[in-house]
Design a protein around this ligand. Sequence first.
Ligand code: UDX
Length: 426
Amino acid sequence: MNICIIGTGYVGLITAAVLADIGHHVTCLDNDPNKINSLQKGIITIYEPDLEDYLKRNKTRLSFTLNMKQAIEPAEVIFITVGTPSNDDGSPNLTYLFNALDELSKYMNSYKTIVIKSTVPPGTNIQCHQRLQQNGVNQELYSIVSNPEFLREGSAVYDSRNPDRIVIGKLKEDHKSISIMKSVYEGINAPFVVTSLSGAEMIKYASNAFLATKISFINEMAQICDQYDVDVNDVAKGIGLDPRICPHFLQAGIGYGGSCFPKDLQALEFSAKKKNIHPHLLKAVQTVNHAQADYFLKKVKEHFPNTLCTLAALGIAFKPNTDDIRYSPAIKIMKELHEKGYTIHAYDPKATLSNELKHILQFRSPYEAMKNVNGLLILTDWDEHKNLDWKKVKQFMKGQVIIDGRNCLDPDVIKQHGFTYIGVGR
Ligand code: UDX
């Protein structure tokens, strides 16, 4: 099939790579000349395992352009994967989505399936349909499909190639789109969940809200576990074996971050309030999440009351296997400690501190960052941090306290090496 993808951000690029891998011809369109220029040269600016390899091995089926007419006219299917960043009031900014629709409306020369992959609030896809009609696009020339994306950064290519489910939202009277979408995803072995346009939008928000709820739940349990000398990791294991609960997303720590959970929970809360629903649980999940970084900071301050201490902080990214620092709780923690007067030595295998934090020293190896520090903080659970050479760490550090904000180390191993281990709820 001939597929066009509008928006070469994270989701757009991964979708393009995977659809090209399936065998489709994919044209990626963006209005940022720098991005398109780099992509044409094979340079990608995000770090995501396997992405470069996928783009390389499918490069004969991939092209990158700034030219809307050239990209839209031959396309049978158009994916829209533009960003929907948060407005100040928590609602998502839909300007990029509507601009893309307005632009593509000019080049609707043959029947096209328009697939909205951007995460948008319930009711938006219907609005997109109405917008196309207002733009004078003949209703016979298109169908609109909502096809949310559930990929996780750090394993995005794998998730996209091996999804648990493919959610398709469509209009009741649309009898064409399902077979078209089955051809788009040919060869991918996953159940199709077919629903209304708003149903698909809700599935995406509800998924993220539920996962965030699990994290805030276990984080709250961790605070209680701390008071009763219980290891929250044992609790997570003990409850997770119940298939009704399942073991995933029960890792307590410093709270969730990233480009999805914080934004999507805010947006869902906004959508609820717009209809006079007061979402107490969604609010609580976010409150617990904000408080979790503060809870960790309290532990740091208790163990290091002298704010002139130097602390090594391992992890900048919001999670391992990505260089993404958006809404990273690690950043929040480093910033606060730095403002209180602590000297922070930061390290991350891939992520870099933003300009705003350039006064914090970032080192090129974890051991360099630990040299003569009073304490060690684990802020992102990269494998590299879990597998440090603890004998070497002992030689490099001046102090002996390790505060594991991700509960990713084995306390017994750490203690055997002569350290004091502090976790979150352990
Ligand atoms: C999430 C969803 O998982 C994905 O389906 C959706 O498409 C986009 O949002 P992502 O933001 O890439 O994906 O990362 P995820 O692995 O879900 O982690 C989000 C945050 O939660 C990270 O900060 C992570 O460290 C934290 N987390 C995750 C925990 O604190 N505990 C856990 O048990 C799991």
